[in-house]
Design a protein around this ligand. Structure first.
Ligand SMILES: [Zn+2]
Length: 117
């Protein structure tokens, strides 16, 4: 069932996290992340959609070495799992409209998750 997320060229990984396994995929040179980087006016970007981490301007090897960054994005994957795909996108956008990016409660949670080892 998890297989449906996989597409050729994606890296598939499993991370152990508090007794449950998080299955995720990494897509380099993602168009979605490219657009986000342009919108946010930043160079390197990682964006989570469901179980896939979309990268722009960073290699998967470098991304995986950056434990804090990986933890942050894994937290977003859990948020997708907990809320459901479309529900989470809706809630995330509502949070962003109300509180902005930095004070978005899902970003606050993901920043806290960065410190997990
Ligand atoms: Zn985030």
């Amino acid at each position: 069932m998890q297989k449906k997320y996989w597409k050729p060229g994606m890296l598939s990984k499993v991370m152990k996290n508090n007794n449950n396994q998080i299955h995720y995929f990494i897509k380099e040179k993602s168009l979605l992340a490219h657009i986000a980087a342009w919108k946010l006016n930043t160079s390197s970007v990682a964006i989570v959609l469901g179980h896939t981490i979309h990268l722009h301007n960073t290699k998967k090897e470098d991304f995986l070495k950056n434990k804090r960054w990986l933890n942050h994005e894994i937290c977003h994957i859990k948020q997708f799992e907990d809320n459901g795909f479309l529900t989470f996108i809706f809630k995330y956008l509502m949070e962003s409209l109300r509180n902005g990016y930095y004070n978005n409660k899902y970003e606050i949670e993901a920043r806290l998750a960065e410190q997990e080892l």
